[in-house]
Design a binder for this molecule. Structure first.
Ligand code: GDP
Length: 469
């Protein structure tokens, strides 16, 4: 473990009322004592830094000025909060300097600190230290970044739940069950004759299925259910080329995000835009038009469109109201029987007098709306329906331990290994193999809380943090 002292500007760049610099490590108090002159500063007097770290009382806020010790020049009026180890964010000595929130001021204070021999923190290094010093586990550390990046109330609730350690507790319960089973299996390996009578394969299988695989899969389902809360409600606009998908995206999001032309096949990739409705973040995705015989580039776009449709919480299937419903449109519904789909009959301005087409049986289940993206008709009603669908989905969720994408992948690997253990037990395979399977599951679950996570995994996770966190 690295015992250097680190510092970083913890507030976002740009101007603000207050800017905070965070320092953590054994030399934190020393570094700040070198550049801190306590109390008021009267013009004409020479500012002198306290130098001695014992000047700072723990758990107190100290008022004073930051001074350049080489020139005895005042840099800023600040307050300094002192949080000695181990009761601090990192479990090391932590000092926070609250200065005025200007980029240049903060950078100048940072450079004074670096002159005292400490170094700049890497992204996420404060939280990484909190993890390495045992204050939080890896799942809790990840919750910190989820909290910072949360885009709605529900995402905050999930992140707090995870930060409180409830996910880690669920994982540890499953792991300790595996540990108990491993002890029995390994005794079989070491003392095969003595244990032959003792082992009840049936109850082992029962325990693996009921107390391990079942809760693991419950957590995987919780991930699936909560994806829209964490990432926002995903609405995908699909349909044939030229029906007005890009125009609708622009109208709904209120910005000219997508290019609109009369030429079919303009949107060859996909376009995403985010807007909020009633506090819920809604991601709107415009996809390449679905049609037969696309050119090679369009084909890739159509593949992506299908991927987005599969991941959507809601699909807006756009039809040109002035044209008959095609077989392609009808088959769309057969391809996605489980999706919530709104049929949007766009270009209604051109369909004056036309009778609404009879929809095929599969299409009956969809909500049908009429719009004119060109003349801004029906857009408000469409937006309200989207917001309603998003609220319904959110309202049906309760907050419980919820894994993230990384956890989900590890849970599925653990499930595979546990299923393999059951298969080996059922086939009366050698206990060594069962032991390998169980250890595999144990280690995968340990990667969630960090007990068995490699340095590379930690690097990957903490690199996603901002500097200063
Ligand atoms: P996309 O290929 O499905 O994304 O369709 P676009 O949004 O690019 O629109 C294709 C053409 O239809 C453009 O010329 C638009 O101006 C026109 N268009 C889009 N919506 C409407 C509408 O509601 N009414 C009419 N009359 N034209 C529209």
């Amino acid at each position: 473990m690295d015992h250097s002292t680190i510092a970083a500007i913890a507030t976002p760049s740009g101007s603000g009322g207050v800017g905070i610099i965070k320092i953590s490590g054994p030399d934190a108090l020393n570094a700040v004592a070198n550049i801190f002159c306590p109390g008021r500063f009267d013009k004409g007097t020479t500012p002198v830094s306290v130098k001695d770290p014992s000047f700072f009382s723990p758990w107190k806020i100290h008022y004073g000025h930051i001074v350049d010790p080489s020139e005895n020049r005042v840099y800023d009026e600040v307050i300094v909060a002192v949080m000695p180890a181990p009761k601090s964010y990192t479990r090391e000595d932590v000092v926070e300097i609250q200065a005025h929130g200007g980029t240049i001021i903060l950078e100048r204070i940072m450079s004074l600190l670096l002159h005292t021999g400490i170094r700049t923190a890497q992204p996420g290094e404060f939280t990484r230290r909190a993890f390495l010093n045992g204050r939080i586990d890896l799942a809790q550390a990840e919750a910190v970044i989820d909290l910072i990046n949360a885009r709605c109330d529900a995402a905050i609730d999930i992140a707090f739940e995870q930060a409180s350690g409830s996910l880690s507790a669920s994982i540890e319960t499953i792991r300790s069950g595996i540990t108990g089973l491993l002890a029995s299996i390994e005794a079989m390996v070491d003392f095969p004759e003595a244990m032959e009578e003792e082992i009840d394969t049936g109850s082992m299988i029962h325990a693996i299925a009921g107390t391990m695989i079942h809760p693991v899969m419950d957590l995987v389902s919780a991930y699936e259910e909560s994806r829209s809360l964490r990432d926002g409600f995903r609405v995908v606009i699909a349909g044939a080329p030229n029906v007005g998908k890009s125009s609708l995206l622009n109208r709904i999001s209120g910005c000219e995000r997508a290019i609109v032309t009369e030429h079919p096949g303009t949107t060859r990739d996909y376009i995403e835009t985010l807007f909020h409705s009633g506090g819920i973040p809604i991601t709107l995705v415009d996809t390449a038009g679905l049609r037969m015989d696309p050119d090679p580039v369009e084909k890739i776009g159509i593949e992506k469109a299908r991927m987005h449709i599969r991941e959507a919480d809601l699909v807006l299937h756009v039809l040109d109201a002035s044209r008959p419903v095609s077989d392609d449109d009808r088959s769309f519904f057969e391809q996605y029987p489980d999706k919530v789909i709104f049929i949007v009959r766009n270009k209604i301005d051109m369909a004056k007098g036309a009778v609404a087409p009879s929809l095929s049986p599969g299409m009956d289940r969809a909500v049908v709306l009429e719009t004119s993206a060109k003349y801004n008709q029906g857009i408000e009603a469409l937006k309200q329906k989207i917001a309603h669908a998003a609220r319904q989905l959110q309202g049906s969720k309760t907050v419980k331990p919820v894994p993230n994408f990384r956890h989900k992948a590890l849970l599925l690997e653990a499930k595979e290994a546990l299923s393999q253990a059951i298969e080996n037990l059922e086939n009366h395979g050698p206990p060594e193999l069962v032991s390998i399977d169980l250890r595999q599951a144990h280690d995968r679950l340990g990667e969630i809380t960090g007990c068995t996570a490699s340095p590379e995994v930690l690097d990957e996770i903490f690199s996603r943090y901002c500097i200063g966190k």
